[in-house]
Design a binder for this molecule. Structure first.
Ligand SMILES: CCCCCCCCCCCC(=O)SCCNC(=O)CCNC(=O)[C@H](O)C(C)(C)COP(=O)(O)OP(=O)(O)OC[C@H]1O[C@@H](n2cnc3c(N)ncnc32)[C@H](O)[C@@H]1OP(=O)(O)O
Length: 194
């Protein structure tokens, strides 16, 4: 069963997404946007360490290999971890728009079980933009980029100001991220145009 809810259908006045002129070239690895990110950061031993690459237009491909720490049922990936992989891949799309946005809604279909040790081949694209609302969709496949679909998701991201993180994030991490001497890393932690 699939089919996303009405709130994930772009409104009539939605427009096509526009790739930012400074977006990374197709094929380029995005790298982690924040070292402590559970989805992509290298500083989280049990994180997903998801690696995303810019695609054509406003699209992303990504890979994530399921580790023993990601189990739900014995030998199988936890559904929440798979949703995280989809969320992270979809979130990475906003870097191609150079828009700061957070997940408002994420609807996920779990189509096939994903074993420990399997690599999930993800692809995602922005389908429409309406004001602050960014509509996107993603799939995760097994055995290769053209393999059978194991998971898919539709999402709505909502554009926010950098103040969103400053106001709501724990002070210690915000201060540390803000004082990073590397300007690009500082910007990417909050997905801000450097
Ligand atoms: C390499 C680098 C990559 C970078 C890679 C980055 C990867 C990050 C990946 C992970 C991303 C995350 O997990 S982000 C973390 C998880 N998400 C969050 O923490 C968000 C928590 N929620 C919020 O802070 C808030 O609810 C917001 C910001 C989403 C919305 O609040 P707001 O700013 O007050 O805006 P609001 O008026 O409510 O909503 C604006 C419009 O969006 C619609 N809207 C809002 N929420 C929803 C919803 N759940 N479902 C449907 N529609 C919604 C509203 O109806 C409205 O439509 P209309 O009336 O205008 O038509």
């Amino acid at each position: 069963m699939s089919g996303s809810s009405a709130s994930l259908q772009p409104p009539a006045d939605a427009v096509k997404p526009v790739r930012h002129p400074d977006a990374p070239a197709p094929g380029e690895l995005l790298g982690a946007h924040y070292g402590a990110c559970f989805g992509c950061g290298s500083e989280q031993p049990h994180g997903l360490h998801l690696q995303a690459r810019a695609g054509e237009g406003v699209s992303i491909t990504a890979e994530f290999t399921v580790q023993p720490a990601h189990q739900g049922a014995p030998g199988l990936a936890h559904g929440g971890v798979l949703a995280t992989a989809l969320d992270e891949t979809l979130g990475s799309l906003n870097w191609l728009l150079r828009t700061i946005a957070v997940t408002g809604r994420l609807e996920t279909d779990f189509v096939r079980p994903v074993p420990v040790g399997a690599t999930l081949y993800l692809e995602a694209e922005v389908t429409a933009v309406a004001g602050r609302k960014i509509y996107s969709t993603a799939t995760g496949r097994l055995d290769g980029p053209d393999g059978p679909v194991a998971v898919r998701a539709d999402a709505l991201f909502v554009e926010v100001k950098v103040d969103h993180f400053v106001e709501h994030g724990r002070e210690a991490e915000i201060k540390a991220a803000m004082s990073d001497p590397d300007q690009t890393r500082r910007a990417r932690a909050f997905e801000v145009n450097p």
